[in-house]
Design a protein around this ligand. Structure first.
Ligand SMILES: *[C@@H]1O[C@H](CO)[C@@H](O)[C@H](O)[C@H]1NC(C)=O
Ligand SMILES: *[C@@H]1O[C@H](CO)[C@@H](O)[C@H](O)[C@H]1NC(C)=O
Ligand SMILES: *[C@@H]1O[C@H](CO)[C@@H](O)[C@H](O)[C@H]1NC(C)=O
Ligand SMILES: *[C@@H]1O[C@H](CO)[C@@H](O)[C@H](O)[C@H]1NC(C)=O
Ligand SMILES: *[C@@H]1O[C@H](CO)[C@@H](O)[C@H](O)[C@H]1NC(C)=O
Ligand SMILES: *[C@@H]1O[C@H](CO)[C@@H](O)[C@H](O)[C@H]1NC(C)=O
Length: 490
């Protein structure tokens, strides 16, 4: 009872915006590091210099090598479901977000009863900023970043917009907080770098800082200033050359932001987390070789992220971490790194102790996705338990092993006609320890393992919240809002 009263008083102070931590109490600053959480969009497994020497990413490589490269860090096969996991710690299939991504005209957003990570960080006294791509819905203002825990937002609500025009599907899409912003023709990676630099410069360093930086890069459309693509004279296909230029532009932005942290004197007290949101998109020059498949598939190429952790709190340097991390783990893990106490009822597991020390991962199983709607683009369902992975039904569009420079932009996957029917009763089983590239289907050889994983998958299936994938709403039209994609129609 007494404790309850103290807690309530504390919550009221937080509610009133009073920080519970005095800025002079330096002992707390280690528990509240600054946190820079970078998401690279559609960034492939084989698209980073620390794994592929043909790719020019000196800044990413340096950060990654000063910390731990995550070698078994998993995300969802596409964008919105992963971002929902990063923010909430909940699986997409329990959030109604398991079917493809949120389309611009759909009256949908990440469930409003979920608490977002930045909301929890604000309770701990953090300044919170989001820059880049949102893609968690925007049909009402309550769905948008500055209503879900961010002090500021600089970026766009949808996906795959033009890097210079800042337009998508017939509407403009860029905001400074809530204010619409017209394009100036500048490339978006430069815009985000400059804004991040000014946030860092103006930040009051007595408070901890959280920057969520989901770059537009390197999603299609394939666009980049020539000075970046020109750094790849030996790349044969034009699409891959442009794509790699986009990667290098993003890397330069990360270098500039790192320099701003150093200039401010807060780099050493900053935890940097980097992850892709899904695998590289094979049709648009992303590459995941030697992993199988790519974005939209349940294969490793679609779901095993290029990722690392570096900086404040990370005790291992120049190392590779093989423990399993899943997208849903980031919310509780970041909260824990910030000194908070994660909700034990999340799908995500607090992995902060393991990441700090390079210790054993607390996760041995996870769901790649369960999509209850006709899975014509993305796959149906898959589970990992220990070393084994079971894919139930259709695995998704891209089913091959693609080398860099192998695929032209006009290539749209190997999907057989009627894939859903063809794969309906098919199961694939892989031992990822022996066969990380999913070349040997063991389902016929190990039927007992198949039924064990299948029945575990069924248990998860019973928890599904049906996909919330409504038809487009005419009320969403940018013409109703001075040409901008704008909240206010759900
Ligand atoms: C959010 O609301 C949905 C639907 O009412 C419910 O199923 C779910 O448990 C709620 N989740 C949380 C975290 O409150
Ligand atoms: C954007 O440009 C249009 C003209 O194309 C102009 O009418 C409008 O006022 C501008 N909006 C903002 C927010 O600057
Ligand atoms: C990084 O900073 C340099 C120097 O200010 C600038 O020329 C370059 O355009 C910046 N790059 C990005 C991607 O912001
Ligand atoms: C920074 O924040 C601290 C504590 O919140 C406050 O005392 C101080 O005046 C602030 N400094 C500036 C320059 O605003
Ligand atoms: C695809 O399935 C539909 C409905 O089952 C069937 O009518 C059609 O012939 C099939 N097409 C091919 C190419 O198999
Ligand atoms: C990283 O994972 C890949 C794929 O499983 C594996 O081939 C490679 O050996 C791992 N690297 C290290 C250093 O563990």
């Amino acid at each position: 009872m007494h404790l309850h009263c103290i807690m309530s008083a504390a919550s009221i102070l937080v509610f009133l915006g009073v920080s519970l931590f005095s800025s002079s109490d330096t002992s707390l600053s280690v528990e509240r590091p600054n946190i820079l959480f970078i998401v690279a969009d559609d960034y492939g497994w084989n698209d980073v210099g620390f794994r592929n020497p043909d790719v020019i990413t000196p800044n990413i490589d340096k950060l990654a090598r000063s910390g731990m490269i995550l070698n078994s860090s998993y995300v969802m096969p596409v964008c919105s479901p992963s971002r929902n996991s990063f923010m909430t710690g909940h699986y997409a299939f329990k959030s109604g977000l398991q079917h493809i991504v949120i389309k611009p005209q759909q009256p949908v957003c990440s469930p409003l009863n979920y608490t977002f990570l930045p909301q929890k960080l604000k309770e701990l006294g953090y300044a919170t900023h989001a820059l880049g791509k949102w893609h968690l819905g925007f049909c009402s203002w309550e769905c948008t970043p500055t209503y879900r825990g961010f002090d500021t937002f600089y970026g766009f609500y949808n996906g795959k917009e033009d890097y210079y025009q800042l337009t998508i599907a017939g509407g403009k899409d860029f905001r400074d907080n809530k204010t619409p912003v017209n394009a100036t023709g500048e490339y978006s990676a430069h815009m985000y770098a400059r804004r991040a630099e000014s946030i860092i410069k103006d930040h009051n360093a007595s408070d901890p800082l959280y920057i969520y930086l989901p770059f537009q890069s390197v999603h299609q459309p394939l666009q980049v200033p020539e000075m970046y693509s020109n750094q790849y004279p030996n790349v044969k296909t034009e699409s891959r050359k442009t794509y790699l230029g986009m990667v290098t532009a993003m890397d330069e932005a990360i270098g500039n932001i790192t320099k701003a942290l150093e200039a401010k004197g807060i780099f050493d007290n900053t935890l940097v987390i980097f992850t892709s949101d899904n695998g590289g998109w094979v049709s648009y020059a992303g590459n995941n070789y030697p992993l199988r498949g790519g974005k939209t598939t349940l294969f490793e190429g679609g779901t095993r992220a290029t990722a690392f952790v570096s900086g404040a709190g990370i005790l291992k340097h120049n190392s590779i971490y093989d423990g399993i991390i899943h997208a849903v783990d980031w919310m509780p893990t970041v909260l824990s790194a910030a000194g908070g106490t994660p909700d034990p009822n999340l799908d995500g597991i607090d992995q902060w102790e393991s990441l700090k020390t390079g210790g054993v991962s607390k996760r041995t199983e996870f769901i790649y996705n369960i999509d209850d709607m006709q899975p014509e683009i993305c796959g149906h369902a898959a589970i990992r338990m220990g070393d084994y992975k079971l894919i139930d039904g259709y695995p998704g569009y891209y089913q091959d092993w693609y080398k860099p420079d192998q695929v032209e932009q006009s290539y749209y996957g190997d999907t057989p006609v009627n894939a859903t029917q063809l794969f309906a009763d098919k199961m694939m089983l892989f031992n990822l320890k022996d066969d990380p590239n999913e070349r040997v289907d063991l389902s016929k050889k190990l039927p007992d393992v198949v039924s064990k994983l299948k029945s575990r998958l069924e248990e998860y299936h019973n928890l599904i919240v049906p996909a919330n994938f409504p038809p487009p709403s005419k009320a969403s039209a940018p013409q109703n809002f001075n040409g901008f994609w704008t909240p206010g129609w759900c």
